[in-house]
Design a protein around this ligand. Sequence first.
Ligand SMILES: Cc1cc2nc3c(=O)[nH]c(=O)nc-3n(C[C@H](O)[C@H](O)[C@H](O)COP(=O)(O)OP(=O)(O)OC[C@H]3O[C@@H](n4cnc5c(N)ncnc54)[C@H](O)[C@@H]3O)c2cc1C
Length: 504
Amino acid sequence: MTNHSVVIAGAGPTGLMLAGELALAGVDVVIVERRPNQELSGARALGLMSRTLEVFDQRGIVDRFLSAGKIAQVTGFAVTRLDISDFPTRHNYGLALRQKYIERILAGWVTELRVPILYGPEITGFVQHDAGVDVTLADGESLRAQYLVGCDGGRSVIRKTAGIDFPGWDPTTSNILAEVEMTERPPYGVHRSAAGLYAFGREEYEVINGEIVYKEVGPIGVMVTEPNPSSTTEPTLEDLKRLLIAACGTDYGVHSPTWISRFTDATRQAAQYRSGRVLLAGDAAHVHSPIGGQGLSTGVQDAVNLGWKLAQVIKGTSPDSLLDTYHAERHPVGARVLKATMAQVALHREDARTLAVRDIVGDLLKMEEPRKHIAGMMSGLDIRYDLGPGHPLLGRRMPDLDVDTASGPRRVFSFLHDARPILINFGAPRAIDIAQWSERVQSVDATYDGTWQLPVLGQVAAPDAVLIRPDGYVAWVGDGTTQGLAEALTTWFGNARASDQRTK
Ligand SMILES: Cc1cc2nc3c(=O)[nH]c(=O)nc-3n(C[C@H](O)[C@H](O)[C@H](O)COP(=O)(O)OP(=O)(O)OC[C@H]3O[C@@H](n4cnc5c(N)ncnc54)[C@H](O)[C@@H]3O)c2cc1C
């Protein structure tokens, strides 16, 4: 039996991101992926939200994604496009980039960090005991780990084996997705019929003046609403033809599908993200309609919240209870994503009363405050973990400021590339001494002359110091004193070195 500190089930976006985070912290991690390689068949996510781009920027890898995708104002709510170009972030946009490319880039990063990915074997179960978890593979082999993380998608074997409830709502809508050839050119873009949405597109496209313009090469992607959301059989070409004729009056001579699949608005969330030594992240912890494009981004951000905490527990610098903050912080974020997608699915209905609500919501979203509020949520830029009352920065993402330090100008995110926490002191130089945590927490004196702007909230008071967690969220804000700093350092990064427990 091979031993590892962490076994991750699944090399989707969530599992890959988590592996990268653990590897940066020096933790021995292995990914088990049942696919034979990283190739992804079928259409999945089409892009990344602003906060996820920031998260990649915090690790110094965002350029890999930006150079492969297309920047666009893709944030939206139901049928309304929300422009976030006025939000105070370097990434005041979304990125159009298909999941297969996102996974390829993440797999490349993880490989550079020397994480082994075992392609091929399927995890069939596990047994937890006091010292670890024994993970069983379909070929009869097994692995032993201190912790097992299920990043194995919506039908997660890990979640089921752990006996974690997955309460929620059955589907109300169902759609067939396919990649096909057609003898006639269909009308590209998204359309509505009495039966629901249907859409046509191609993989190759350009964004011209904010609009998608498809190139006439390669297979055609098609999506069409099914009337029966509880269908359980595999969709066929005949099903697709029938649905196209019902929606468009023609099937455009559809033939030669590369793949045909189905997605629904089934909406469910794991009741617990943790059961002892087993944790869940990404689609294994939450599933919902793809409307709004939040699934992949939410999974990546789950991973970034969990990675550093798990690493500290494995290294013994933090107690096991730190892992409970993962559920406490990420479950509410997931619940909000579920709520937002259910609202958007409802707004896509075609009856007269829903059309009336859609009109009114559209009018509201043209107003400044509602636009900012909903765009903050859909872009992930407004996430606030409940770290108690205090300065508006507490529990929110640290802005990527341009600061000056003794060694020259720096971007704040550049301090986070190695996923290590940092205390930035903007007050009198050397006014804060955190020597007792110096092995775990970086510390720098800096100056910043600009205003402090947060998405949605606007300008906030300039702090004297901030303690930033590896995930980029502010764990403590100084206002001229160090009150609460030692507690925050201990809570998030473990006890002070025994010699001296004071902060100056
Ligand atoms: C049509 C569609 C459109 C979407 N559009 C968007 C979008 O625009 N934006 C967005 O953010 N999200 C979108 N999503 C959602 C997004 O695809 C998912 O949220 C995302 O893939 C979740 O990543 P994950 O790593 O958690 O899970 P997955 O991507 O499902 O990865 C799980 C991995 O685990 C592996 N695995 C499963 N079981 C086992 C096992 N027992 N042993 C070993 N390996 C196993 C699987 O092979 C897979 O590679 C869309 C989804 C669909 C279906």
